[in-house]
Design a protein. Sequence first.
Length: 339
Amino acid sequence: MAITAADVNKLRQMTGSGMMDCKNALVEADGDFEKAIDILRKKGQKIAAKRADRSATEGYVVAKTNTDHTYGAVLMLNCETDFVGKTADFVECAQSIIDFAVANKINSLQQLLDSEMNGRKIDDILVEMTGRTGEKVELNRFEVIEKPFVSSYNHNGNRLAVIVGYNKKADNLETVGHEIAMQIAAMNPVSIDEKRVPQSVIDRELDIAREQARNEGKPEEMIEKIAGKGGIKAYLGTIDLKDVQKMINDGDEFAALVLDSMAYQVSKEIGAMTAVLEGLVDAIILTGGLAYSNRFTGAIKQRVDKLAPVHVFAGEDEMLAMASGVLRVLRGQERATYY
């Protein structure tokens, strides 16, 4: 039976396989499309079996939410080389799988692999992709979150993606949630707050910090401060302003003394810097999380407002600035600077 270009193109559209693979399969199947598809699948299975022990560490990571942001999914489709991971065919495969998963609210990796997309099990689609690329292709990770609001972020190049869930909706959460997801991608936090970090993780990181400080010749007193046992934490056991403010509101005079003493030390440093600058100070700006405390900023303003106007910009924008800086470096928009 004569195999036409239209036949080859039709099979290619049905399977996504290469032109020559489709032609050879049709010739072998004597023009029978069903048999040709089986031949292509068997070819993929043979290649998959041969490459089963290969390492598939390259690929494509993608996250997505549904339209009402109540469900989000992220998957990692792996192959052997970054060349294959960047091909349009491979990217399209990953995108179609995440679209299917979100549309059907798939809740596990096994359920996804067993699901049928366009009449074919996704597991079989991956085998066929192995046949087309000649590389091991596998879906290694699939995670989902269902919450009142879910945000997602895909980092440039799709080697990193984030989904994050919130326990309630809020105004402007679509924008703010996306920015939080970006910070998670940049900073890779291990927990939502300090209290939820496993003690084993804290101890390991402190041991590393101490050893690095010793190797740099730092004195033991400074090493303990670097290890988080200096400053306000050494006296109150926390660096969380909300905890400190609650202690003060509950009548803890020692906590009030510690916070006021810290304001005194900050005021001294401002005075010292003013002297170095020969009094040429246009303004003094207080920012960061501690600037939320009127007691803290008020104690500083009372001491230094004669030196220059004092402006308070409470918030943690310095963390956003650092995260944004990391993202710019990762995107190649600017170079990292070492001090």
